[in-house]
Structure formats: structure tokens, C-alpha cells
Write a new protein. Structure first.
Length: 372
């Protein structure tokens, strides 16, 4: 008979089996937990990948929701992460497999666009130089030569709009044709009229009609033109104040005589109508709504603003003083900046009109009162 101190081999085996079974269950739970965490990590990684490709997915009209509904997982192989698609749509496969090719094509297209933009800037320089030459000749007093240059430039611009295939460049040339038209009319009007004030309705009426044709032909939007009639109650006093300040500054440069006989109501009304509805509206429609808009598309907003302002100043070379050219260039940049910020043709045309009302209608009489 065995003693109580001896070990029972059967019970030891049972305890050993239970222990092994418990350890096996714990190991299995850890493995399952690791797999679940790995799957969660893979799903998170997948979604991060997809989010970075949202822009590309838009090219194929694919939404993240449609991608999420597909059977997607990540497979790790040799330290590299590969994306495998199970039952995903063919468009999703095309999106992901051709991503690198699309990037290369985008780079090529970007290079071509940069080249075309640079080429357009160089081509635009030619008619701008012709305008500059014509205005320099006018500034120096060579009227016949200046007129010939502007006529030649108008022919070049008109012919170019027919043969140039680039739509933006062709539209810009057509817009620039307004400047030689303006100068040719300006030089021709004294032949027919003795009273300077009555030049303006005929001259700027022609410019207005030409501008309307260009707007219709090139399909300008209301925003591009500046047909914004909001905040007129705010813009009107601003136009009056800015017009008075700029008109006073310009009068100190020109010291010009008045275009009306006296300050009677009918004369003030007449010059106000002509300077606002004809001169201010036509010039701002041409320079800011049309030319500046096209220059912004070719040169960018800042350069387009500056170039348009300088051209506006150069077109005032007929006054024969460099100070007037510098002042009107600065005023043109200011008006252009106001147009960019407000996109209101009403504001800038009214401001322009008030400048001329003070310059040619009111200030000359106060100069006679206070300085003589």
C-alpha cells in the first residue's frame, strides 16, 4: 500500500493538460488581437492613401464612398506597401495604376502652358511698342508720323485677330485695337469741330460702340465688365471725393482753361453728362473692363494692373508734359485697383467723370477767383 506522500500520475497529467490548454487559448487570443489591430491599421492606411488621391479620383468621377464600398486591403511584401483591389470598379483600378502617368502628363501640360504664356507675352509686346512709338511721336509734335503709326498698328491688330489661332491672344489683340481707334479719332475730331467739348460725344460714342461689340463678340461676363450695381449709395460719395482730389492734383499740372463759359446750371449739367456718360464710361469700359481683364489673364493680376495703368498714362501724351503722363499712369493704376477690389464699373466711371468735371468745368473758374 502506497503512502500519502507519493504523487498520483493521473492527476498530474490532467493538471498538465489544463495548463497547456489555457496557455494555448491565451496565445490564440493574442494572435487574433494582433490580426485585428493589423487589419485596423491596414484600413486606416488605406483610407489615408485614398484621401491623398481625392483630386485624382475627381478626374474619373469617383467618390470616396464608392471606394469605401469596394473590397480593399493592404498587403505587406518585402517591406513595401502594396495596394490590392478585390472587387473594386475598373475606374478605381485605372485611377490608382495610372496615377504616376497622370502626374507626368500634368507636368508636361504645365510646361507647355508656361511656354505658351511666355510666348504670348512676347507677342503682345509688339503692338504695345507700336502704341508707345506713336505716342512718343505725338509727344514730340510729329503729328502726321504719329497718325501713320497708329493707323498701321490698327491694321496689324485687326489682321492678327483673324490669323492667330490662340483665342486669348486673339481676344487681347482685338481689345488693344481700341487704343489706336481712340487716338485716330482724337486727332481727327478738331478738323470737324471748333468747340472742344462737343468732340467728346462723337469720339467716345464710337469707342463705346466698339467696346460693346468686343464685349458681345468675346462673351464677357457681367462680373468681368463690372456690371455691379450694389452699394451705389456708398460708391457715389467715394467717387466724388476721389474725383475731387485727383482732379485738383491734375489741375495743378495742366492749369488748363475751362470747357464751359460759366458755372451756370445748364453748363454744369452739360459737362457732367458728357464727362460721366461718354468720357468716363467709355474709357473705363475700354481700359479696365476689357483691356485690364485680358492683361490679367496673360500677365497676372498685378502685372496686368500696372501695364494697363501705364498704357492709360501714355495715352495722355497729347498734353505734351511728362508730369501728366506720370500722374495719369498713377491714377490709372489706382482706378484699376479700385476695379479689382469692387468689380464695379459704376464706381470707376463715376470717379473718372468727376475728375474731368472738376478739371475742365469747375476748378478753372476758382483758379481765376483765387489766383488772379
Amino acid at each position: 500500500m502506497a503512502s500519502n506522500d507519493e504523487t498520483n500520475p493521473v492527476s498530474d497529467n490532467i493538471r498538465s493538460d489544463k495548463l497547456n490548454h489555457s496557455q494555448s487559448n491565451r496565445r490564440k487570443k493574442k494572435q487574433d488581437k494582433g490580426k485585428n489591430s493589423g487589419n485596423n491599421a491596414n484600413r486606416i492606411g488605406t483610407m489615408e492613401f485614398l484621401k491623398t488621391n481625392v483630386n485624382n479620383s475627381k478626374k474619373y468621377n469617383i467618390t470616396i464612398d464608392s471606394i469605401q464600398k469596394s473590397y480593399i486591403w493592404l498587403k505587406h511584401n518585402n517591406g513595401k506597401t502594396k495596394l490590392n483591389l478585390g472587387f473594386a470598379d475598373d475606374k478605381i483600378n485605372e485611377l490608382l495604376t495610372k496615377n504616376s502617368e497622370n502626374e507626368k502628363n500634368d507636368i508636361k501640360i504645365e510646361k507647355i502652358n508656361r511656354y505658351n504664356s511666355s510666348l504670348n507675352k512676347k507677342i503682345i509686346a509688339f503692338p504695345l511698342i507700336l502704341i508707345l512709338i506713336g505716342e512718343i511721336l505725338l509727344y514730340k509734335g510729329y503729328f502726321d508720323q504719329a497718325l501713320l503709326i497708329h493707323i498701321f498698328n490698327l491694321l496689324v491688330l485687326s489682321f492678327s485677330t483673324i490669323i492667330i489661332q490662340d483665342k486669348l491672344l486673339s481676344n487681347t489683340f482685338q481689345a488693344l485695337s481700341l487704343l489706336p481707334i481712340l487716338r485716330i479719332l482724337n486727332m481727327a475730331m478738331p478738323i470737324f469741330f471748333h468747340s472742344t467739348l462737343y468732340w467728346y460725344p462723337f469720339m467716345y460714342g464710337c469707342i463705346f460702340i466698339s467696346a460693346i461689340y468686343i464685349i458681345k463678340h468675346q462673351k464677357f461676363t457681367r462680373e468681368q465688365i463690372g456690371l455691379n450695381f450694389e452699394k451705389m449709395h456708398i460708391y457715389f460719395p467715394i467717387a466724388l471725393i476721389v474725383g475731387f482730389i485727383l482732379g485738383t492734383m491734375e489741375f495743378q499740372i495742366l492749369q488748363n482753361p475751362a470747357l464751359i463759359e460759366n458755372l451756370e446750371f445748364e453748363n454744369i449739367l452739360l459737362i457732367s453728362i458728357i464727362m460721366t456718360l461718354f468720357v468716363g464710361l467709355a474709357e473705363e469700359l475700354a481700359f479696365r473692363s476689357i483691356i485690364q481683364t485680358r492683361f490679367e489673364q496673360i500677365f497676372g493680376t498685378t502685372q496686368g494692373l500696372i501695364i494697363t495703368g501705364i498704357m492709360f498714362g501714355i495715352m495722355h501724351s497729347g498734353y505734351g508734359t511728362i508730369y501728366e503722363i506720370i500722374f495719369t499712369s498713377s491714377a490709372g493704376i489706382l482706378l484699376g485697383y479700385m476695379f479689382i477690389k469692387t468689380r464695379s464699373l459704376f464706381l470707376i466711371s463715376t470717379t473718372h467723370g468727376f475728375i474731368n468735371i472738376f478739371l475742365f468745368g469747375i476748378l478753372p473758374f476758382y483758379d481765376l477767383i483765387f489766383f488772379k
